[in-house]
Design a protein around this ligand. Sequence first.
Ligand code: FAD
Length: 402
Amino acid sequence: MADTEKQKTTDVNVDVLIIGGGIAGLWTLARLHQAGYKAVLLEANALGGGQTCYAQGIIHGGTKYALTGKLTASSKAVADMPARWRACYEGTGELDLTAAELLSDAHYLWSTGHLTSRISGFFASKVMRSRSTEVKKTSLPSLFQHKAFKGQLYQLDEPVFNVLSVIRAIAEPLKKFILPIDKNSLQAQKSAVMVTSRDGQRYTFHYQSALLMAGEGNEDLIARFGCSTPAMQRRPLKMVVLRGGLDDRIYAHCLGASVNPRLTITSHYDANGNIIWYMGGQLAEDGVHKDDIDLIRTAKKELAELIPWLELKQPQWGVLEINRAEIKKVGSSRPDSFSIEQHGNIITAWPTKLALSPALADALLDIIRQQEIKPATDFSLPSWEQVLYADFPWNEVESWCD
Ligand SMILES: Cc1cc2nc3c(=O)[nH]c(=O)nc-3n(C[C@H](O)[C@H](O)[C@H](O)COP(=O)(O)OP(=O)(O)OC[C@H]3O[C@@H](n4cnc5c(N)ncnc54)[C@H](O)[C@@H]3O)c2cc1C
């Protein structure tokens, strides 16, 4: 017998096995533990290191989706999310996010001068009156207190979080239930997963319910679990990062001519504590058809047009490529809300938005409750290697352009 075949395997009985340690898997892990389930999470890289660390951290309340002037299915699904996340941050919610960092209590929407009439009509609509407030000239954030700013600014009830601080706040108390694995070693059966941990130990997890919550990794997992659906789609984005001598922090969508914001800027800190601007919206969606130099040229043009008074001191520009991963549905280009597909005790889920993780966890908990799981009575975990946390992708950009 080969050495590897002789290697000891540790058997672990769990109620629920979660695969994938992004925001969705971790939020669900925490909720399951609260509800008394014995749950373990397997992570192939670092916690938060998939789409989550690329997210801008905006807890949408639906405004972005209501830009057409109608309350769409997307905006209804996210309407409750800001209040739920805020309650967690204040220590009164379903999870304890008091240790997380709130970057901004609100996100803003601004219009350039020539779109002012359109935006006024939109914000006067019944749908939007409860969700947004026009910011008076005297209370504008410092960047917009410039005589050259001719547009209007609306404050949206949408907090912005440092997403990796959220990941840490959720995962830290649960670390002993999270195993770093070699994803290529994973073999799945109807009620057991065999896997090798990153430090080479072999485990068999006997589960009653398995949740595939690995973002883009779900595609491979669906096949490993012997399922042929759901189908997954990737929506590529090219985000732009600006660093160097920035004094203002800005959290805002600039309204363009389409349903999508023309530009969405959030502000974060690099590893040296300097402010960076992280830019998405239509810029990032169109960016996938451009090379990096061309995209950076477009970003410079956008800033010069939208914030002409901005003086940049020794700016440096970077580009980050990332795929959004979501369910693929016939007849719709992007899902409105989170998605779940169940095949017996194997459940595949995507949150679609970071903001929707609490709603996704509610729905998964309902399904698990209906499965009438018999609690694993002999749940005991060996002590294993600790999982790592991801860093922000802008700290890993290798080439910056002037
Ligand atoms: C540029 C960008 C900006 C965004 N901004 C926002 C925003 O402001 N607000 C918002 O609400 N949403 C935003 N989103 C969407 C949001 O980031 C995602 O919906 C959310 O992070 C998805 O979380 P997740 O846990 O499903 O997946 P991920 O974050 O992708 O996590 C999946 C995890 O699974 C692990 N994994 C993969 N394969 C395996 C395997 N085989 N075994 C074990 N582990 C595995 C990965 O390492 C990773 O840790 C943004 C997305 C992008 C790309």
